[in-house]
Design a protein around this ligand. Structure first.
Ligand code: ASP
Length: 465
């Protein structure tokens, strides 16, 4: 039966089978050493010359070949332990070898942290880059974090619900990715910028508490902490006030840090609440970095930023929402919103969660009455017909008995980047895209044959940029 290198210690003196990769091979005169690698780490294997056939087979091994190895686990002689290897007190005397796959010389090495290797080659050969222990750790920790979140929220009666990817264009401040409809010529789905409307409709549907690890798609230029598709922990709760949503999230964040990152220290609990005004005046930013010691990689300074202005002026001089058109104003400004007066002073229920100067999440209490939502779009200068066309389904839903509700979404990629101390979100995503949205490994986006386009009722017009 296969064992993992991390368990060598439990098999001292016994014959075992390992399956994995050749990390490196060293010939020391007559002895051949290989560092064998599986997902749990490395183990040193020795091939002695006395078994000629086996020795000869081992002499052919090269880095990244995939093998099955049989051997006896021995304690290394005193003084020859390797403290850098988890299994460094042991070595394996090889008794058998099967080669599953040979490998071409990899175009990039996969044993280092990889941070100095050009990103293009790392992205093109991502399946090799994934073998790197650092990326393995990032993805495995990410999975554990997701697991912890799922069990915490499920334990608090949140229901994990998937919402559609083929959706309708929504104004969330970014450009939509569009998908042509074959069945409805000339019509398009939009990929969701977030599940915002669906999650609110789930509340109207009486689901009470929802969450989802949701893929969000926004057609914007990628930057260090942005990708055209990214993952949000998305949630929504019925019958809550701003403080209720913040409290559940704060509890989850504290638990997550304590259980997954015990070496890290949260600067202040409860998380400080900072108003937008105070943040701008004191820190010159609505994502204040309130760390008392910026050199400490284990210091986590969370804070909530609240009391944002609801609206801001566009370059054209009209009003637009600062965060989310579905937000409710703070209760004391509801009359102003409905009467569309005092616009510049209306504060929203929006709350952002900021960690070490980076926004990792945001949400709000929503307008659960159609009049409130309608007023937001009227302030923005939308004609009633346009409001009806874009949001008629939401307004109609709210008129069938909608509970007060609110929610939040965390940017999981950014969150994991910060927790893992990585320089950008690509290091915590299995298959990220480059800055211009290209998938170098799959070669996407790609041209589509004319027949396939015709079926979708699409004609491509090439424009010069
Ligand atoms: N849908 C919002 C966003 O993607 C989050 C929220 O308000 O719940 O930023």
């Amino acid at each position: 039966m296969r064992i993992l290198t991390r368990d060598l210690g439990a098999h001292e003196g016994k014959e075992i089978t390992l399956k994995g990769w050749v990390d490196t091979r060293r010939d020391h005169g007559k002895l051949i050493f290989i560092d064998f690698r599986d997902w749990t780490g490395l183990a040193q294997v020795v091939f002695m010359p006395k078994n000629k056939e086996l020795h000869e087979k081992a002499s052919k091994l090269r880095s990244e070949w995939v093998i099955e190895l049989k051997g006896t686990v021995q304690r290394r002689p005193a003084g020859l332990e390797n403290p850098k290897m988890a299994s460094g007190s042991y070595e394996i005397m090889a008794t058998g070898l099967e080669i599953y796959s040979e490998a071409n010389t990899p175009p990039l090495e996969v044993t280092s942290d990889g941070l100095t290797i050009g990103e293009e080659v790392r992205m093109k050969y991502r399946y090799l880059d994934l073998r790197r222990p650092r990326i393995q750790k990032n993805l495995r920790t990410r999975a554990k974090v997701f697991q912890l979140i799922r069990s915490f929220l499920s334990g608090k009666d949140f229901v994990e619900i998937e919402t559609p990817l083929l959706s309708k264009s929504t104004p969330e401040g970014s450009r939509d990715f569009l998908v042509p409809s074959r069945v409805h010529p000339g019509m398009f789905y939009a990929l969701p910028q977030s599940p915002q409307q669906y999650k609110q409709l789930l509340m109207v549907g009486g689901m009470d508490r929802y969450f989802q690890m949701a893929k969000c798609l926004r057609d914007e230029d990628s930057r260090g902490d942005r990708q055209p598709e990214f993952t949000q922990l998305d949630m929504e709760m019925s019958f809550v006030k701003r403080e209720d949503v913040m409290a559940v999230n704060e509890e989850l964040l504290i638990k997550l840090v304590k259980e997954m990152y015990p070496e890290k220290k949260i600067q202040e609990i409860p998380f400080p609440h900072i108003t937008y005004k105070e943040a701008m005046e004191k820190y010159g930013s609505d994502r204040p970095d309130i760390r008392k010691d910026k050199n400490d990689p284990n210091l986590l300074a969370f804070c909530w930023v609240i009391d944002f202005p609801f609206f801001e002026k566009t370059d054209e001089g009209t009003w637009t929402f600062t965060h989310n058109p579905f937000s409710a104003p703070k209760p004391e400004f509801m009359d102003d919103l409905l009467a569309q007066r005092n616009i510049e002073n209306i504060l929203t229920t929006q709350y952002d969660i900021v960690l070490n100067g980076i926004e990792v999440g945001g949400g709000s209490i929503r307008n659960h009455r159609s009049e409130g939502l309608k007023s937001v779009f009227r302030v923005m200068g939308y004609e009633d017909a346009r409001i009806e066309r874009n949001f008629g389904h939401m307004l109609e839903a709210f008129d069938f008995g909608a509970p007060p509700h609110g929610g939040i979404a965390w940017g999981m990629d950014r969150f994991m980047m910060l927790m893992e101390g990585e320089p950008n979100i690509r290091e915590v995503i299995a298959f990220p895209k480059t800055g211009d949205g290209t998938d170098l490994m799959m070669n996407g986006p790609s041209e589509i044959p004319v027949e396939q386009l015709r079926e979708q009722h699409i004609q491509v017009i090439k424009t010069k940029n």
